[in-house]
Unconditional design. Structure first.
Length: 353
């Protein structure tokens, strides 16, 4: 039976580093949490506390009805019934791929060989690999075997630390989908650590953003993306254009002109965020209506290009260039004049950030 994972005020210090600082989190039974945050923000440390590889200095970790770690009790890792795929995969080098995957499956499990073969197929590997040793397959293949091994044990809770990082884009997406489907089908509560914002937003029911050992914000992926509490969270979950503004009558007055907001009318200085998909560029002319800019650079990147704009005319303020991701098919050339308009409302950060 899978269960609710509950961390309450979990802290951990390594020497001078506060790796975890009063982390409180709740992951509903059978749901998926994705954790994102800069390198060194405490993501792996958090997983290690849950797995039982290390003890918190303070706080509690609970899974279902079981207290895994409290100031006075500690359940050892091998008794927690938790699957973990670590950042480096860590297969048993002396065992074959089949033996690695079957490691947690008792020898008398009915249909054991079939289950191993199915797991291998699910992570997109060919059956002839079963007899090989880990050093006879590639790094990305090892990562997928580690996933299959963790899934084979049907744990109550699955901890995944960058499990797809060595896979290329297409394979990454298909493996992720297959793993998400299997976790859902089996109702396994899951925590995924990833550096890929798109992966976090698409894989999880709940996303948490960490910095310096703290959870800055956690919630529904759409909510976090559209209504982040701070510029840091906004920028961490995707491209973000952060602008200083004065809010007046539901409009944000910014260097790009007046932009609708979904906020109250009080007049106050504020910071707003726009996502690049909210900004429309159309052919324009210098001296035209609204915000006009000249294309200063176009960096082609295949599906998307990075476009640098300099504001011109009455909007030229000597401020920083505006940098936007655009569809790679957009016919934008250096020197073109374009007009900028905004679709939908800008999000206003709560005061104090
Ligand atoms: N065993 C340890 N001894 C000393 N310091 C540690 C130890 N483990 C982690 N740290 C420190 O704690 C902080 C958090 O590390 P952690 O591995 O949790 O980061 P992370 O968010 O997983 O980073 P990355 O994205 O690079 O994997 C870092 O500053 C790290 O150097
Ligand atoms: Mg890590």
């Amino acid at each position: 039976m899978s269960g609710v994972l509950h961390l309450h005020m979990v802290s951990k210090r390594y020497g001078r580093v506060q790796a975890l600082d009063a982390v409180t989190l709740r992951v509903e039974a059978g749901s998926r949490l994705a954790i994102v945050g800069p390198s060194g923000s405490g993501k792996t440390t958090l997983l290690r506390m849950v797995a039982g590889f290390d003890t918190p200095d303070s706080g509690t970790v609970q899974l279902g009805e079981t207290c895994l770690a409290t100031p006075v009790s500690f359940v050892p890792a091998h008794l927690r019934d938790i699957g973990i795929v670590s950042q480096d995969g860590a297969l048993f080098p002396h065992l074959s791929i089949a033996q690695n995957i079957g490691f947690g499956l008792p020898k008398d499990t009915p249909g054991r060989d079939k289950e191993i073969a199915q797991l291998l197929e699910m992570v997109g590997l060919e059956q002839h690999m079963l007899a090989r040793k880990p050093d006879e397959i590639s790094g990305g293949q090892q990562q997928r075997v580690a996933l299959a091994r963790a899934l084979a044990r049907r744990p109550r809770l699955m901890l995944l630390d960058e499990p797809f990082s060595a896979l290329d884009t297409g394979l990454r997406a298909s493996t992720r989908r297959a793993v998400a489907d299997l976790l859902s089908a089996r109702g396994i509560t899951t925590v995924l650590v990833t550096h890929d914002q798109g992966e976090a937003l698409s894989f999880a029911d709940q996303v948490a953003v960490m910095r310096d050992g703290r959870i800055l914000q956690a919630g529904d992926p759409r909510d976090l993306y559209l209504r982040p509490d701070s510029p840091f969270v906004a920028a961490f979950l995707g491209d973000a254009m952060i602008l200083e503004a004065t809010i007046r009558d539901g409009q944000a007055q910014t260097r790009l002109g007046s932009i609708a907001t979904a906020t109250a009318t009080a007049q106050r200085p504020a910071t707003i965020v726009l996502r690049p998909e909210q900004i429309v560029l159309q052919p324009g002319q210098e001296g035209g209506e609204g915000c006009v800019a000249r294309i200063a650079a176009v960096e082609f990147g295949g599906a998307g290009s990075l476009v640098t704009l300099e504001l011109v005319g009455p909007f030229a303020d000597g401020g920083p260039a505006v940098v936007l991701h655009r569809n790679g098919l957009a016919d934008l050339r250096v020197g073109d004049i374009v007009s900028l308009s905004v679709v939908g409302a800008a999000h206003v950060f709560p005061a104090g950030d």
